[in-house]
Design a protein around this ligand. Structure first.
Ligand code: PCA
Length: 330
């Protein structure tokens, strides 16, 4: 699977085909771009393709250098680094910020959007609000790409939420921590970059995520069961420091926006295309991959209803407006 070359050539070719070359510039800028996930991950490869395409399309005016795996800034610090101008651009899981503003968790409400199609409609409904909130925080949103649907990883058979009592559950945002609590588990917040180690040392014994992260972290070395739940499709987003952005001329901004649009589309298509492939890889490496059973499903839906009500309460009128716009787009 040559995810990198496919993404790079598609994005670069599209950038070249659709965007006029910028005039040769006098002052080239180099932008360091911290990202939280492994270099081989499809979001990271998409970010690298985006970076290369920006270099080509701006005639070398903006050179973006990607730093994967939390190597420049730890995932938890990337947003602040870009807000404060320590890095001009970065990528992060949007819902990781839902503890600061519930609106950022619009894409992690259980069973609200469980397919790529619904995830796209939900994103279109939420995007203007998210852009506004980020702008107030000195950030300009460029693009956002979903992870494949979220399912549950365990090291034993689970037929109902009652089977989860006391398990140490790795969380990646407040929704996943809340889901653990409501299921009688103990949440522990861990970045994907630290996940393999946490499982190997027993700090965590189970988690919810996509097939992508299970594959990247080779979790079959410790875990045995994957239950397809399709609970939600959380997004990574790429954002620029607003002052850096305002310092660009309009044509450069338009070129970067064009490349970002292509990156959002291309990343989303790859997420969808890779979904089944990841399932196959988990199974090929010995995991039992199966849909959640009826009882488990019913229990999770009950938890989902509680979490939806809680989210609406904390996200207020703006949250309700996102849901209304999403409902109206059906
Ligand atoms: N992978 C990321 C977030 C969602 C996903 O599928 C993670 O587990 O950290």
């Amino acid at each position: 699977m040559h995810i990198k070359s496919v993404l790079t050539s598609a994005t670069t070719a599209a950038a070249l085909a659709t965007i006029a070359l910028a005039p040769v510039s006098v002052a080239a800028e180099t932008w360091d771009m911290p990202m939280a996930y492994a270099e081989s991950n499809f979001h990271t490869q998409n970010g690298i393709a985006f970076a290369e395409a920006v270099g080509v399309a701006t005639g070398g005016e903006i050179e973006i250098v990607v730093h994967p795996s939390g190597s420049l800034f730890n995932g938890a610090d990337i947003k602040r680094a870009v807000q404060t101008g320590q890095a001009p651009i970065g990528e992060r899981l949007l819902s990781a910020h839902q503890n600061e503003n519930a609106l950022f968790g619009f894409d992690s409400v259980p069973f609200m959007a469980t397919s790529f199609e619904d995830s796209q409609r939900l994103w279109e409904a939420a995007r203007p609000t998210i852009e506004e909130v980020l702008l107030e925080q000195n950030l300009v949103l460029l693009y956002a790409v979903p992870w494949p649907p979220q399912g549950l990883y365990f090291k034993q058979e689970i037929t109902a939420v009652a089977d989860m009592e006391g398990i140490r559950f790795r969380a990646y945002n407040s929704a996943t921590a809340r889901m653990a609590e409501l299921s009688g588990m103990t949440p522990v917040q861990i970045e994907a970059a630290e996940l393999s180690q946490a499982l190997a040392t027993g700090v965590a014994e189970a988690f919810i995520s996509s097939g992508s992260t299970g594959y990247d972290r080779k979790v079959w070395e410790q875990l045995t069961h994957f239950y397809e739940v399709n609970a939600w499709l959380p997004r990574n987003y790429v954002f620029v420091n607003r002052d850096t952005w305002d310092g660009l001329d309009e044509s450069t901004q338009a070129i970067i926006r064009g490349v970002a649009m292509i990156a959002e589309r291309s990343g989303t298509i790859h997420a969808e295309q890779l979904t089944n492939w990841y399932m196959e890889q988990l199974a090929a490496n010995g995991m039992m991959v199966q849909p959640a059973g009826d009882q488990l499903r019913a229990d999770l839906e009950e938890i989902g209803a509680t979490m939806t009500a809680e989210w609406l309460e904390s996200a207020g009128d703006q949250g309700q407006a996102i849901l209304d716009a999403y409902g109206a787009s059906e």
